[in-house]
Design a binder for this molecule. Structure first.
Ligand SMILES: [Zn+2]
Length: 373
């Protein structure tokens, strides 16, 4: 049985960004409870690991020290730094809150624990559902993200001489990770997302392909709203397997945000749970080493189910579709898998397919040549 780490303790899910804020860390607790209800952590390959806080030195591979210190100070309620300078605004996407430093260094540290477990061979794969905070920039917060844990672990892998392929299936463009490595040929970033014409952060056009030495090492596949499983998976298959073969990474880091799910209240894509298990199965088959991270996902119904299913894929098990009674009773959710995404008109799906394939063609034309394809 493959060994798969799951990094979690309740300290990761206790904070509240702001009453009514869509990012609710309790979704991590729900995921843990759902997996516990399935007795997933008692399975032979399962390894439940505690997170630890990332250090200033670890974060500074990606972030400015001044920013890290500012987050720590603002988190204590001090007035030394101006929150707005770092994009912390009370009624905005990134409200400053007490304890945000501790919460953020812990979720980054959890990604470091996941990466270390895989790189040292302690486990075949690892999943940190509290990570994947892909929008954070070098010196400011963005899109509910304070520290960019995917970029932090990738930055350390690159320092250690590794080549890293980053795959991001969050509904939003993985701009922070792309920007961190935009001029590097050691990191190939691939982001699938709802087009920036319709959704934050507005970037991620298929013509963004890297710069300088990094030209050909950034890939973006935007989708129209209401794009469903079939079109999405076709684009994924056209892009990810050939690029893994061509680029030959030492490690694959996957950001597995669940906000492209049809139940998500913020984005407008139409994926079902089956699309997610399908993609994680493929990543597991294709990756020399796989570190999986969470990300967005704002449906308290869909997020725990999809992440539980994905951890099942990493463990090589299929959980029964009837959700165990303890979880059913507490949260009123009965089935683990979706019956499929909602139907859309054939006109909408034809347009979605055409738009996605335009992006795929652009990437093939502009990027594949850099990888011998
Ligand atoms: Zn997102």
């Amino acid at each position: 049985m493959p060994k798969a780490v799951f990094v979690y303790n309740d300290a990761l899910s206790q904070h509240v960004l702001r009453e009514g804020h869509p990012m609710r860390p309790t979704r991590l607790r729900y995921t843990y409870e759902l997996l516990s209800a399935y007795r997933a952590f008692e399975l032979p390959g399962a390894l439940l690991m505690e997170p630890r806080a990332a250090t200033l030195k670890e974060l500074s591979v990606i972030h400015d020290e001044e920013y890290i210190c500012a987050v720590e100070s603002i988190s204590k309620g001090e007035t030394t730094y101006s929150p707005a300078r770092y994009n912390f605004v009370a009624n905005g996407d990134n409200p400053p809150y007490e304890g945000m430093y501790e919460a953020s260094v812990l979720s980054s540290g959890a990604s470091i624990v996941a990466a270390e477990a895989v790189l040292t061979g302690k486990a075949d794969t690892a999943f940190n559902v509290s990570g994947g905070l892909h929008h954070a920039a070098r010196s400011w917060a963005s899109g509910f993200c304070i520290f960019n844990d995917p970029a932090v672990i990738i930055g350390h892998m690159v320092r250690d001489g590794m080549k890293v392929l980053y795959v991001d299936i969050d509904a939003h463009h993985g701009d922070g990770v792309q920007n961190a490595f935009y001029t590097s040929n050691k990191v190939l970033t691939i982001s699938f997302h709802e087009s920036g014409r319709y959704l934050f952060p507005g970037t991620g056009d298929s013509t963004e392909t890297g710069e300088g030495e990094g030209l050909g090492y950034a890939v973006n596949i935007p989708f129209l709203p209401y794009t469903g499983d079939e079109v999405y998976l076709e684009a994924f298959e056209e892009i990810v397997p050939p690029l893994i073969t061509g680029f030959k990474p030492d490690v694959v880091v996957a950001q597995l945000g669940v906000d492209a799910h049809f139940m998500d209240p913020l984005a407008h894509l139409n994926l079902s749970s089956e699309a997610y298990t399908n993609m994680v199965t493929r990543l597991l088959e294709l990756s020399p080493k796989l570190v999986a991270l969470g990300g967005g996902g704002y449906s308290m119904d869909a997020v725990p189910r999809v992440w539980a299913l994905e951890y099942g894929v990493l463990l090589g098990v299929e959980f029964p579709n009837d959700i165990p009674e303890s979880y059913q009773k507490k949260y009123g959710i009965r089935k683990l898998r979706d019956e499929g995404p909602p139907e859309v008109s054939s006109e909408v799906s034809t347009q979605a397919g055409r738009f996605a394939m335009e992006g795929v063609d652009t990437v093939k034309r502009r990027v594949f040549q850099f990888h011998g394809l």
